[in-house]
Design a protein around this ligand. Structure first.
Ligand code: FE
Ligand code: ZN
Ligand code: FE
Length: 219
């Protein structure tokens, strides 16, 4: 459990550094402020992990989190690409949701283990963080589905350069399972593959272990 908390401590600190870049890259003011708000929450999450170390009488020490490093790397690679506008924003949302889901999985396990080990205070503390991660994930989904995905879809249709069309088509192939594939027959007519950056339609809270299920009920 302590090892996983170290991993999370490192992950949150990586995110504190990375989120400002993602916010800066965002086109939509709403997306930018959502990311900035979550940055503030993330700073508080770092503090909670420091408290957890203290409760467990452990030194606050991080251990490199390769998983979040990979997710952050994909996000910064995306910013280097020549996507812009709502298509870029849709991609940023997809990356941010990957980060949230990764964190939700990790916190879910740590919370379940803390309960198992009789560390109820640690569990309660980290449940506050888990709720923030879920909230961020849900807000990202809501923003994508209420406006950005639709704008991205129509922008994709407007800019129909060969190169971008090719890029988007190939991205669309890796997009199995979300709303994009259901409408792909229409895309293929105009050749833009324009729904390629559409993120998953709804959030799936981290259901690792029993933590998520019991989170809402625990006293
Ligand atoms: Fe976090
Ligand atoms: Zn990790
Ligand atoms: Fe987060």
């Amino acid at each position: 459990m302590v090892e996983e908390i170290r991993d999370l401590y490192d992950a949150e600190r990586q995110l504190v550094k990375a989120l400002p870049k993602m916010a800066k890259g965002a086109t939509s003011d709403e997306l930018r402020s959502l990311i900035e708000t979550h940055l503030e929450e993330t700073q508080g999450q770092v503090k909670r992990l420091e408290q957890a170390f203290e409760m467990l009488q452990e030194k606050p020490r991080g251990k490199h989190c390769a998983g979040i490093a990979g997710i952050i790397k994909e996000g910064s690679d995306l910013l280097e690409e020549d996507f812009d506008g709502a298509v870029l924003d849709a991609g940023i949302i997809a990356g941010a949701q990957r980060a949230e889901h990764y964190e939700m999985g990790a916190y879910g396990s740590v919370i379940a283990w803390a309960k198992q080990l009789g560390e109820g205070d640690v569990a309660s503390l980290l449940e506050e963080t888990l709720e923030e991660e879920k909230g961020a994930d849900e807000k990202l989904s809501a923003l994508a589905e209420s406006s950005i995905n639709q704008e991205a879809a129509s922008e994709g249709g407007d800019q129909d350069s060969m190169e971008e069309g090719t890029r988007r088509r190939s991205a669309a192939k890796g997009n199995g399972g979300n709303g994009a594939s259901r409408t792909s027959s229409r895309d293929s007519k105009n050749g833009s593959g324009k729904r390629s950056m559409v993120p998953p339609p709804s959030s799936k809270p981290g259901r690792n272990g029993s933590a998520s299920r019991s989170a809402s009920r625990r006293s």
